[in-house]
Design a protein around this ligand. Structure first.
Ligand code: FAD
Length: 466
């Protein structure tokens, strides 16, 4: 229509940042409109966290069925019906995106389908399929997320795939090459390696995961890939690709020598760029950094006081729970509440084999900042639960500040690391000491006990290791 629609808070993008911000803003009494050009749920629910975890889970079930002879289970023939696997994945996504729509509606958030462009700092234009509408807002929360980086030498095509293409393959390939040994490359490489694909990962730097995890952790993941016949080539620069009807030939350089490798597909997983270039932020006067990120203060406010930005378009780790956390802060800041961001308690998880998880400080980071720490480390191999589950790779460590015994971080590599990290996150957030954890009675036999054991190691009096 020609008349602008007025709203209190408009949210652009309905990913884990935007939809959470919208719900919280509505709970706080604001009239909220959320604009989404694709599906509700954003990257995370539709083509990120959720579908990848569904495939990872199925891969583990397949491996378990195939490789349990040493504990007395052998199956004659374990078969994969890939179209069913894909259908399962899609059904999970559909349930969750449907759930998010329901939550938005239940909180009286108006959902508008279309692409938003700022006209100025108080209005936007939303272009729908066959309509356009202007919205006037008091406050805006920009949560437009990110998209895969395309390399000029690796244009996306039928066989040169981004993460979305990699999640939607119609077959299990015989061979894939992955450019980039980051979280997404390792997780999706792991999926296909578990289904028997020969995987080669080309990583430009000297270690996987961008140096964000201690070597002892990345080592375990590399060893596991190797045991499945996968190869991780570090310090390897991908140069270009020749594509045919049936596959690709990737050229890369390592140690000054040019090499070639053939595969069915090449996955390009070299990072994601913020979606800040096509929504008229400059018309609203919002400042960007060189890398296209939006600059914000501790309340997620941009340089324009009534415009906020959250999630993958601002600095920090590109994680769904970080986006949601910032979404709540932005909504609360708009309501005049004193919420502020503190990133120390944001966990990071890699759903590799074994899983890796970290929160707060690593011992190395603490050292760099001159904080003296004691590290309490407990191996999964000493856990009864681990042995009973025949899964003993990895360790649990907590990082304790010497000065006052407060837990300032922790790292876990091993089964269920993704869930176990929550306890260390709680300790970091609440300022608990190693003694608090050691005094907490943990059920036996569980992986959770590793927290207590690691805390006792930090205190110098472990029961279950010498
Ligand atoms: P997004 O989820 O990207 O949502 C932004 C939304 O804005 C999109 O729906 C987009 O369509 C919409 N939009 C953009 N521009 C406009 C416009 N102009 N008008 C209207 N709408 C617009 N993170 C984890 O924490 N755990 C994981 O396990 C995990 N796994 C991942 C696996 C993969 C394969 C990928 C790709 C990512 C994964 N991530 C994971 C990262 C996670 O998906 C992102 O960090 C998260 O989705 C960011 O949330 P967001 O709200 O900032 O943006």
């Amino acid at each position: 229509g020609d008349f602008p629609i007025e709203t209190d808070t408009i949210v652009i993008g309905a990913g884990p940042g935007g939809y959470v911000a919208a719900i919280r803003a509505a709970q706080l009494g604001q009239k909220v409109t959320i604009v989404e050009k694709n599906e509700v749920g954003g990257v995370c629910l539709n083509v990120g966290c959720i579908p990848s975890k569904a495939l990872i889970n199925v891969g583990h079930k397949y491996l378990d069925a195939k490789e349990s002879a040493d504990i007395g289970i052998s199956a004659e023939q374990v078969k994969v019906d890939w179209s069913k696997v894909q259908a399962f994945k899609s059904s999970v996504v559909k349930k969750l995106t449907g759930g998010v729509s329901g939550l938005l509606k239940g909180n009286k958030v108006e959902i508008v389908k279309g692409e938003a462009f700022f006209v100025d700092s108080n209005s936007l234009r939303v272009i729908g399929e066959n309509s356009a509408q202007t919205y006037q807002f008091k406050n805006a929360i920009v949560a437009t997320g990110s998209r895969p980086i395309e390399l000029p030498t690796f244009k996306f095509s039928k066989r040169v795939l981004d993460s979305t293409g990699a999640l939607n393959l119609e077959e299990i390939p015989n061979e894939i090459v992955i450019i980039g040994g980051g979280v997404i490359g390792l997780e999706l490489g792991g999926v296909y390696a578990n289904f028997g694909t020969k995987v080669t990962i080309l990583e430009g730097t000297s270690d996987i995961l961008g140096g964000n995890y201690p070597k002892q952790m990345t080592q375990l993941v590399k060893k596991n890939f190797k045991s499945k016949g996968a190869e991780i080539i570090t310090n390897a620069m991908a140069k270009g690709v020749e594509e045919s009807d049936t596959g690709v030939e990737v050229t890369y350089e390592v140690g000054g020598k040019e090499e070639k490798i053939s595969a069915d597909y090449v996955f390009v997983m070299v990072g994601r760029r913020p979606n800040t270039d096509e929504l008229g932020l400059e018309q609203a006067g919002v400042k960007l950094t060189d890398r296209g990120l939006v600059e914000i203060d501790k309340q997620c406010r941009t340089n324009v006081p009534n415009i906020y930005a959250i999630g993958d378009i601002v600095a920090g780790p590109q994680l769904a729970h970080k986006a949601s956390y910032e979404g709540k802060i932005a909504a609360e800041a708009i309501a005049g509440l004193p919420a502020e961001i503190d990133y120390l308690g944001i966990p990071a998880v890699v759903f590799s084999d074994p899983e890796l998880a970290s929160v707060g400080y690593t011992p190395e980071q603490a050292k760099e900042e001159g904080i003296e720490v004691t590290v309490g480390k407990f191996p999964f191999a000493a856990s009864g639960r681990s042995l009973a589950l025949n899964n003993t790779d990895g360790f649990y460590q907590i990082v304790v500040r010497k000065e006052d015994g407060v837990v300032i971080g922790g790292q876990i590599a091993g089964p269920n690391a993704s869930d176990l990290i929550a306890e260390i996150g709680l300790a970091v957030e609440a300022g608990m000491t190693a003694e608090d954890i050691a005094l907490t009675i943990h059920a036996h036999p569980t992986f959770g006990e590793n927290a207590m054991e690691a805390a006792e190691v930090a205190l110098g009096s472990p029961i279950h290791i010498i």
